[in-house]
Design a protein around this ligand. Structure first.
Ligand code: CUA
Length: 341
């Protein structure tokens, strides 16, 4: 379908042709009915025009309009048909659109994780291996990539037309999108939410590489940064900000231990609990860690006093992501150890 419709962007992700097919369906249905209705209006206006001289016509309010007296002889079948057909068509739109929406909004398990931060006026991307990029994103071909995004200031929106993905980036929370690139090459990325003077300049490129080329690229970039992964940068920050003086690994500090937090059910002082399950509620644990850093009093782990200071305004979005990556890495270590006999 690609070259037949010359005006649509490149199709470079696994969902692109599905999105285009659905879009085409919507355009055809809407176009068909718009033309039909507009055409009939014009046709009826000409076909049933009153061509008699003006002085011989009856006044307009003298004419009996059958439509104002119920539907006269219009059969019930007609009523049913013109209700049922639009209903069926809109239900097709609804179910098709919804299933596509769910596909687009649920990253597949095991997707590669990229972190992104939008700020006036640039996109910052971080690979878990530690490589950072600005207004550029390198990804491997044929691999599911999940982008978890935060904003440093106002609402932005990450848009890659060739992948048919677009997601708002909202201050104070994480949002995400995912894609699987199906073609190597370089594709435009945009900010699609007006965010200030330089909004139109908040653009860049996604480069899709063969997996082995991507590995080489990562290795090169990693070396340039001293080889620190995102989790290691988070660990450094964890020590710099003295988080480690309270969150002792053995749980005997003033704050709860964060080791093995993922995959655990955390009992809160309020009696409620937060399930920190890696696969199923990954998003809720992201939110939970974020909230606990910025607003520590919101959810107090049972047995601990609410004495942690807030870090609101003291950490950039990127530093938050580093800390979260570090806590994640603690969880994974513990889970791996737990599986040993
Ligand atoms: Cu960021 Cu528009």
């Amino acid at each position: 379908m690609g070259k037949l419709l010359f005006f649509i962007p490149d199709q470079a992700s696994s969902v692109a042709s599905d999105v285009d097919l659905f879009f085409l369906f919507m355009v055809l249905v809407s176009g068909f009915f718009s033309l039909l209705i507009a055409g009939l209006i014009v046709y009826f206006a000409i076909r049933y025009r009153d061509s008699r001289p003006e002085e011989t016509r009856r006044p307009a309010d003298d004419i009996e309009d059958p439509a104002t007296h119920g539907h006269g002889e219009a059969p019930i079948v007609l009523e049913v048909v013109w209700t049922a057909i639009p209903f069926a068509i809109t239900m097709v739109m609804f179910t098709w659109g919804t299933s596509l929406f769910f596909t687009l909004s649920r990253p597949p398990a095991g997707a590669m994780q990229i972190y992104a931060v939008g700020k006036q006026w640039m996109w910052k991307f971080q690979h878990p291996e530690g490589v950072r990029e600005i207004n550029e994103l390198h990804v491997p071909l044929g691999q599911n990539v999940k982008v978890t995004m935060g904003s440093e200031d106002v609402i932005h929106s990450l848009f890659v037309p060739a992948f048919r993905v677009k997601q708002d980036v909202v201050p104070g929370r994480f949002t995400q999108l995912w894609f699987k690139a199906t073609r190597t090459g370089t594709f435009h990325l945009f900010c699609a939410e007006y965010c200030g003077t330089q909004h139109s300049g908040m653009i860049g490129w996604v480069t899709v590489m063969e997996p082995n080329e991507y590995e080489d690229w990562l290795a090169g970039g990693g070396a340039a940064r001293g080889g620190q992964t995102l989790a290691q940068m988070g660990e450094r920050l964890f020590n710099e900000r003295a988080c480690n003086t309270c969150h002792l690994p053995n749980g005997e500090g003033r704050g709860p231990s964060l080791v093995g937090l993922l995959g655990k059910t955390v009992k809160l002082e309020s009696g409620a609990s937060v399930v920190a399950d890696e696969t199923y509620v990954r998003e809720s644990i992201l939110k939970y860690i974020r909230e606990s850093i910025l607003n520590p009093a919101a959810k107090i782990v049972a047995g601990y006093a609410p004495q942690m200071p807030t870090f609101q305004g003291q950490l950039t979005e990127e530093q938050l992501l580093e800390l979260i990556a570090y806590v994640h890495s603690l969880g994974q270590t513990a889970a791996a150890e737990g599986k040993k006999p």
